[in-house]
Write a protein that binds this ligand. Structure first.
Ligand SMILES: *Cc1c(COP(=O)(O)O)cnc(C)c1O
Length: 454
């Protein structure tokens, strides 16, 4: 009989996060000041983040101890299970072995609480009373609401107004955990009031919501700001996923040839893949790590590597990254978490050095993959997650053509139980193919006047 489920016990929750910066052959380039364009140091971040997290943002230490209080909260859902995808393998009639690591068992249903809990903890340590953040579809806002509730910190979420209206369940989750959720733009901030003065019916955008959350944190000494992806410390917190997965693959008596994960800003991809990349960098192994992105927002496969802003307004430090330009507005595809113009600095450098790969998929292909997964494995994946499943299916088909029995590990980073409207759209034939043209990409990039990198 085949093993279907590979479990770890509570005492196998990792004791330290893995910091890949220590092992990178080329270290990330420094962030630049948005005005002077000179390199900035860690203290520039002090108004927004607690020192504990700023230190993690810049450290090159290889292992960073996970505080006992954080490991205690992790025990609510960690270690997460790994499964052999026997049903999917059969349906594809492939000699490849497919496994998946499932983060949908967390309280908010994705990988995001792994960093939300850590971030809330370090804020609590430094006496922070309130944390602000932005959220689009609501995955990050709900994870942070859960984490803040646990540590007795007030949570203020600026949710893009159109999502607030269209996706009420995520908002209700946040309210249940005690968070204040505002439809952004609001009249609580200067940034919001400016937008409303021009357009009282503005549907909002992630860029506006970020500006509001940052303004609130910058103007109150007891309030800090939190980000759910992109930054080094966020990527590092997520490595608990891959550290567990390495142990689970060992337990299964197997080793992945390929690790695939969806890519928005890079946090879940980093989480599962960095501990496997460590084996490549340290032991000379050759595990392929593939980041899967939407063909409508293809920053890794069709963007440029240069300095760009993290937000759309141009307030954040300039970061060296793969980007489509901070003015790029992706089509409203049904994978909200992947509609980001840029990518984390560490993942960008790894791609530039060809230590990881990237692949883009159309949303129809992704939903087809997600529905096949739901039918064969039971779990309905988040629309973001479907991108990784699409890549895995391509690889499993290649294995069949080449007669190879490779092992593929999928990161099933979240369930899609709050995204059923997107599935309904797909099932009723209303989703359209979407690939952006080279002209659209060139037009967005032509607007960039940020520093280039040779
Ligand atoms: C937020 C989110 C993503 C995209 O963000 P990353 O930082 O790239 O991981 C992908 N999948 C799910 C389920 C998410 O909630």
């Amino acid at each position: 009989m085949n093993t279907r489920k590979i479990l770890l016990s509570e005492n196998e929750i990792p004791e330290a996060w893995y910091n890949i910066v220590h092992d990178m052959p080329n270290k990330p380039l420094p962030p630049l000041h948005p005005g002077t364009k000179e390199p900035i140091g860690p203290d520039a971040l002090a108004p927004l983040f607690p020192m504990g997290l700023i230190q993690q943002e810049v450290t090159q230490e290889k292992w960073v101890e996970i505080p006992e209080e954080v490991r205690e909260v992790y025990k609510i859902w960690r270690p997460t299970p790994m499964f052999r995808a026997i049903g999917l393998e059969k349906a594809l009639d492939t000699p490849a072995k497919i496994y998946y690591k499932y983060e949908g068992v967390s309280p908010s249903g994705s990988h995001k609480p792994n960093t939300a809990v850590a971030q809330a903890y370090y804020n609590k340590q430094e006496g922070v009373k309130r944390i602000t953040t932005e959220t689009g579809a609501g995955q990050w806002g709900s994870a942070l609401s859960f984490a803040c509730q646990h540590f007795g910190i007030e949570c203020e979420v600026y949710m893009v107004k159109i999502s607030y209206k269209q996706k009420p369940y995520r908002k209700m989750m946040m309210n249940t955990w005690g968070a204040n959720v505002h439809p952004s733009p609001t009249d609580l901030t200067e940034a919001g009031r400016q937008v409303l003065a021009k357009n009282p019916d503005s549907p909002g955008s992630l860029g506006i919501a970020i500006s509001e959350a940052v303004e609130r944190a910058a103007s109150d000494e007891h309030t800090k700001y939190a980000l759910g992806s992109v930054l080094n410390h966020v990527l590092m917190h997520q490595t608990v996923i891959g550290l567990e997965a390495v142990k689970q693959m060992e337990k299964a008596g197997d080793q992945p040839d390929i690790v695939v994960a969806p890519f928005g800003g890079g946090s879940n991809f980093a989480g599962i893949s960095f501990p496997f990349l460590r084996l490549n960098l340290e032991e000379g192994q050759n595990i392929r790590c593939i980041a899967s992105e939407p063909s409508s927002c293809p920053k890794l496969t069709r963007g440029v590597f240069r300095y760009d802003f993290g937000d759309m307004v141009g307030m954040t430090p300039l970061l060296p990254m793969y980007t489509l330009g901070h003015n790029f507005v992706p089509a409203p595809i049904h994978a909200g978490g992947l509609r980001y113009h840029g990518a984390g600095v560490v993942v960008s450098q790894l791609l530039r050095d060809q230590l990881i790969e990237a692949r883009a998929h159309d949303q129809l292909e992704c939903f087809e993959a997600g529905v096949l997964f739901a039918k064969t494995e039971g779990i309905i994946p988040a629309p973001e997650t479907n991108h990784a499943i699409a890549t895995a299916i391509q690889e499993a088909k290649r294995c069949k053509e080449e007669g190879k029995s490779e092992t593929i590990l999928i990161h099933l980073c979240g369930h899609g139980n709050f995204d059923l409207a997107a599935y309904e759209n797909y099932l009723s034939g209303n989703l359209v193919r979407h690939e952006i043209t080279e002209e659209e990409i060139q037009a967005a990039l032509a607007e960039l006047d940020t520093p280039t990198i040779d």
